[in-house]
Design a protein around this ligand. Structure first.
Ligand code: 5GP
Length: 119
């Protein structure tokens, strides 16, 4: 597997070098709005650690961070007020999925009927 690039934009956001519109933060994760939203609600949740994608994270992250990260995704969706209307979670990995930023992230999408999973 390729090695983690500490200069990726999400690493820079975690270090406070690039601003973001923060939605939620705890010891394990940071959630902020996507700069190029694909739906009325488009928030990204990233773990506080150097993981490229889910395979890397599930293999190498400590249990506490794995649990904390997934809790943070749920907490973020709740904080966004999406419990009733619903939302979609997407995590792109690698070339086939068009992953642009090589730091594990989940997209939370909502705010309208999202239609089929893939267009
Ligand atoms: P991916 O294609 O890797 O799953 O998604 C990366 C996402 O990061 C894209 O939706 C893109 O709009 C978003 N993004 C890229 N650069 C920045 C940035 O500097 N700030 C924020 N908030 N989002 C970004």
């Amino acid at each position: 597997m390729m090695s983690y690039d500490s200069d990726n934009v999400f690493a820079m956001i975690l270090r406070g070098e690039i601003p973001c519109v923060k939605i939620y933060e705890d010891n394990h994760a940071l959630a902020f709005n996507d700069i190029n939203p694909q739906a009325p609600v488009h928030t990204l949740v990233i773990p506080k650690g150097k993981y490229i994608n889910m395979i890397d994270f599930s293999k190498n992250a400590p249990e506490e961070l794995i649990a904390g990260f997934f809790r943070a995704i749920g907490n973020t969706a709740k904080q966004l007020g999406l419990e009733e209307d619903g939302y979609r979670l997407i995590s792109n990995a690698g070339e086939s999925a068009n992953q642009e930023v090589p730091h594990l992230h989940f997209h939370i999408l909502s705010g309208k009927k999202l239609g089929p999973m893939l267009s």
